[in-house]
Every structure is written in structure tokens, then in C-alpha cells.
Write a protein that binds this ligand. Structure first.
Ligand SMILES: [Zn+2]
Length: 106
């Protein structure tokens, strides 16, 4: 569901420590089977990964066994993103210091 046709043809090679961006959401859904309990009772509760791609929100339904690895992958993404943000801010700081120092010399 998250892949474009070109991307599914390429097939992503599984990584040892994958990163996943997005958030876990609970979906309530009715499966459509006429004799299922969800037809007129409690809907099914499923976990899904909600992720915005090119301005659109994509949903990927997850199986119960996907949850632990997806949680770890989301966590790795958060840590990597925070690390990148920190490096970028330090880069700006250093640039500003250089500009100030150069001005004093001129
Ligand atoms: Zn059902």
C-alpha cells in the first residue's frame, strides 16, 4: 500500500535495523463479511502505520506480530531524526561563529 508500482518492482532489500517514519494508530473497521460479528456488533480493531508521503496520509494495516519490530523501527527513526537535527543546528552555530569572527578581522 505504501509502495508505488516502480518501487514494488525494485523490492526493498530488508535491512538489519530498519527505520520507519510515521505513527501507530488504531483503526476500527468492518470487514464486510455478512456473517461476521462486526456486521452489526463491535468492529474489528487493527493497528496501522499512518505515514505522510508527499503530502498524503498513507495507512498500512499491521498484523499483531508486526508491532514490536515496527515500534523499534519508529524509535530508531526518532533517534536518528533528533541526531540529524542536532547536527544541523550545530552546523548553523558554527557558521554564525565563523561569520562573526571573520567580520572582526575585516
Ligand atoms: Zn468482520
Amino acid at each position: 500500500m505504501l509502495r508505488s508500482p516502480e518501487e514494488s518492482r525494485k523490492r526493498a532489500t530488508p535491512e538489519r535495523e530498519p527505520l520507519v517514519r510515521g505513527s501507530l494508530v488504531r483503526l476500527r473497521r468492518r470487514c464486510g463479511k455478512p456473517n461476521c460479528h462486526c456486521h452489526d456488533g463491535q468492529p474489528h480493531l487493527t493497528w496501522a502505520l499512518s505515514c505522510s508521503l508527499k503530502g498524503k496520509t498513507k495507512m498500512l494495516c499491521l498484523r499483531e506480530r508486526d508491532l514490536p519490530p515496527v515500534r523499534r523501527a519508529l524509535d530508531r527513526y526518532r533517534r536518528a531524526a533528533a541526531d540529524l537535527e542536532g547536527k544541523a543546528l550545530r552546523g548553523i552555530q558554527i557558521l554564525a561563529q565563523q561569520i562573526r569572527a571573520d567580520k572582526r578581522k575585516e
